[in-house]
Write a protein that binds this ligand. Structure first.
Ligand SMILES: Nc1ncnc2c1ncn2[C@@H]1O[C@H](COP(=O)(O)OP(=O)(O)O)[C@@H](O)[C@H]1O
Ligand SMILES: O=C(O)C[C@@H](O)[C@H](O)C(=O)COP(=O)(O)O
Length: 338
């Protein structure tokens, strides 16, 4: 079933806008960060991870972003090129801005956190001059990652991309993606998140992220109230995630579909959202029924919380299907179905 009508004549499937950064995940995990001595370096940044994930599902992805003019900037662009992600619209900063670094702490399977170094950050230097209308006209959809709205000039660049997408009937996917760093106050979060949410065809976020978005509109909404409000705007699909409690998709025909997480021995608490988005959006592009999209995204999310990285171990479709089959063989056919 098609919930969003994509223009199938367009050569690109998804252009993602936002940060590409670097994750440093401890090899000697299950210790406080202060005691860790060895880290493994991965490409990171939520939209970058989703670009990798959707590409591994065979979709054609491009990226609009800003990187540092140094070895780390080259590393991430080289990684994208090897993955087959179009990097023609990734540009280097010229004033010494640096790529974001994320040091993760994995205290236990149940307790982890991310420590982001984002001063003088490259990705928020994205400007309106970096937004090319032809690039946006030639993709079925753009994905906006909310952190790109945290500061100017990236803020205006994202809003220009959203306006050009509306002008050219390019669909808009809004991954709310809240990271406290770089935001000045909660009013600005609500102002800019809601500006994009009002235009989006698909909105994905956790309950907390919807609360941040709705602070200046109507705080304290239930999931159903949030979904009904955004479905009344432009959203054909509203996905609200609740971590280990699962997630629900609300469609603009008034239906809703819930899925539970797949049982897995998690290594860390982060990475699930990017795997989820990769698998879910793959299903949407394929025209699957909603529950199939949710199951695929939920399965890929589980695969990522048990992985050490949030990018390098993103699976291909067969690996996700194998994981789903193995889990159902072990726990029963309806394991994730609510
Ligand atoms: N421990 C876990 N086991 C299995 N799946 C998980 C686990 N934690 C998260 N997930 C899956 O990842 C999805 C996204 O996780 P969540 O924490 O809600 O978003 P984000 O990672 O973006 O903050 C969840 O909806 C769930 O399907
Ligand atoms: O988003 C970042 O900048 C850090 C990510 O690279 C990191 O892997 C992470 O936090 C993943 O986010 P999630 O999938 O939303 O948990």
């Amino acid at each position: 079933m098609k919930y969003v009508e994509f223009d199938q004549t367009r050569p690109m499937d998804l252009v993602l806008i936002g940060r590409v950064a670097i994750d440093f995940n401890p090899v000697d995990y299950f210790h406080p960060l202060s005691e860790c001595t060895t880290f493994k370096k991965y490409v990171g940044g939520s939209p970058a991870n989703i670009a990798v994930g959707i590409t591994r599902h065979g979709k054609k992805a491009g990226f609009i972003g800003k990187v540092s003019d140094d070895q780390f900037g080259e590393y991430v662009v080289d990684f994208f090129n090897k993955e087959g992600i179009d990097t023609s619209h990734i540009t280097k900063c010229t004033n010494g801005e640096k790529l974001g670094l994320t040091f993760t702490e994995i205290l236990s399977r149940e307790e982890s956190s991310i420590l982001m170094y984002r001063n003088c950050i490259a990705d928020l230097q994205l400007s309106v001059d970096d937004i090319d209308e032809e690039y946006i006209k030639n993709t079925k959809a753009i994905l906006v990652s909310g952190t790109a709205l945290a500061q100017s000039p990236s803020r205006e660049a994202v809003l220009k991309a959203v306006m050009l997408a509306k002008k050219n009937d390019t669909k808009i996917i809004f991954d709310i993606d809240y990271r406290e760093y770089n935001w000045k106050n909660s009013d600005e979060i609500s102002i800019y998140y809601s500006l994009v949410a009002r235009e989006a065809d698909i909105i994905m976020g956790s309950r907390e992220e919807f609360d941040l978005t709705e602070k200046l509109i109507k705080p304290g909404r239930t999931d159903k109230e949030s979904a009904q409000a955004w479905n009344t705007e432009n959203a054909k699909i509203v996905v609200i995630k609740h971590g280990k409690k699962g997630s629900t998709a609300y469609t603009n025909d008034g239906n809703d579909y819930s899925i539970k997480p797949f049982p897995v021995e998690a290594l860390k608490g982060f990475g699930g959202g990017d795997g989820y988005a990769s698998g879910f959006l793959y299903g949407i592009f394929e025209g699957w029924d909603m529950i199939e999209c949710l199951e695929f995204g939920s399965a890929e999310a589980a695969m990522m919380v048990r992985s050490h990285s949030c990018s390098e171990e993103l699976p291909n479709p067969q690996e996700v299907k194998d994981f789903i089959r193995e889990t159902k063989d072990k726990y029963g056919e309806m394991i994730a179905r609510v």
